[in-house]
Design a protein around this ligand. Structure first.
Ligand code: NAG
Ligand code: NAG
Ligand code: NAG
Length: 198
């Protein structure tokens, strides 16, 4: 009897440990997600069921080894701003917030901190202001869609540094000036030899 109880206890302890290990989101990543949640309206219901984005997991959140690697929240009716806190998701590879017209305000330069970002899709949102030149820091970026927003100003020269880019769509904004061509001192979009969609 005591023996059976011990075995059961061991199994139980084992299960609890497995649960803890597999469910804990990196604390810094979790804090960023909670901050985004606090600033947005209409986040998915699963975002309110737990405090731990990778545990249950929260809808639209992909994790690997407790790090958040993708956020896919297209067409959710999200409203609010995209704060600089997003720059703390240092393992993010894909960010898709497309077709949430209620996401407004300027695009934070801290997007340029997401050094592993491969895919950035913000098409069909309500972002305004200029396109931050810091996007040119995203060395891994292969897909960049900022079309159908309210961006103004010029296309930053730094985008010419995105050597892995194969998809670039900036259409349907209020951008002015011409497509930057490289000069001896600055890169230009003509350097994007891989870009197929300009
Ligand atoms: C998860 O991360 C590990 C390295 O930490 C990597 O080897 C693996 O391919 C990743 N898995 C996915 C599905 O991205
Ligand atoms: C863009 O700005 C115009 C006014 O300049 C406004 O009518 C329109 O709704 C805005 N679009 C978005 C997506 O915010
Ligand atoms: C492009 O990249 C080069 C090399 O990393 C850097 O020196 C330069 O400042 C970048 N240009 C822009 C406009 O960001």
């Amino acid at each position: 009897m005591v023996q059976t109880f011990r075995v059961l206890l061991l199994i139980l302890v084992g299960l609890v440990e497995v649960k803890l290990i597999s469910s804990v989101t990196d604390p810094a990543d979790a804090a960023v997600l909670r901050s985004l949640k606090a600033q947005w309206k209409n986040t998915p219901p699963s975002w309110s069921k737990s405090n731990d984005p990778c545990a249950a997991p929260w809808e639209g959140v992909t994790c690997n080894n407790s790090k958040i690697t993708a956020l896919g929240l297209s067409t959710m009716g999200l409203t609010g701003k995209l704060s600089g806190d997003i720059g703390g998701l240092t393992n993010l590879r894909s960010l898709d917030l497309s077709f949430n017209r209620g996401l407004t305000g300027s695009l934070t330069p801290r997007i340029g901190d997401l050094q592993k970002l491969n895919i950035l899709i913000l098409a069909g949102c309500g972002f305004s202001g200029s396109i931050p030149p810091e996007l040119g820091n995203l060395e891994e970026l292969s897909f960049l869609a900022l079309n159908s927003n309210n961006f103004t100003g010029e296309i930053p020269h730094s985008l010419g540094n995105l050597s892995k880019l194969y998809w670039l769509d900036l259409a349907d904004n209020q951008l002015s000036g011409s497509i930057p061509v490289s000069t001896p001192n600055s890169p230009g979009l003509d350097l994007l030899l891989k870009a197929k969609h300009l």
